[in-house]
Design a protein around this ligand. Structure first.
Ligand code: AMP
Ligand code: ZN
Length: 113
């Protein structure tokens, strides 16, 4: 999609360190970390909302979720991790391309507000 930051990372038009890549998605480091370790798992296919997903998209997201724990060393998931998907303005979604935040490396409070 034109003018989408994460599509530009996927296509290589914008350069960033790719921590992991397969046919389904890339993982990059978040530029403004909200935890000691903060990665973003970004599907190569552009869509904004879970609500838009086709059956194939949901299988894709399932494969991403299954792959993340296999990257425990690379992502330093050792003592536990948190996955977050912000959906819409009230949740604070700022990039309109679905992505999964992968947070770890510290004890985390449970404070969704
Ligand atoms: P969200 O607010 O859930 O849409 O998440 C978007 C995330 O993208 C935020 O945590 C930002 O810090 C992160 N972000 C924005 N620009 C960049 C960038 N150039 N490189 C890496 N992460 C970015
Ligand atoms: Zn996109």
């Amino acid at each position: 999609m034109e003018n989408c930051l994460f599509c530009k990372f996927v296509s290589g038009e914008f350069k960033t360190e790719i921590v992991f890549e397969n046919d389904d998605f890339i993982i990059i480091k978040d530029i403004a970390p909200k935890a000691k370790n903060h990665f973003l798992a970004i599907p190569k296919k552009h869509f904004k909302y879970l609500a838009e997903m086709t059956q194939e998209d949901s299988a894709l997201v399932g494969r991403i979720l299954k792959t993340i724990p296999t990257l425990a060393d690379k992502l330093e998931l050792g003592e536990g991790y948190r996955l977050v998907i912000n959906q819409g303005d009230d949740a604070g979604q700022t990039v309109p391309h679905l992505h999964i935040h992968v947070l770890s490396g510290q004890k985390m409070e449970w404070n969704p507000a």
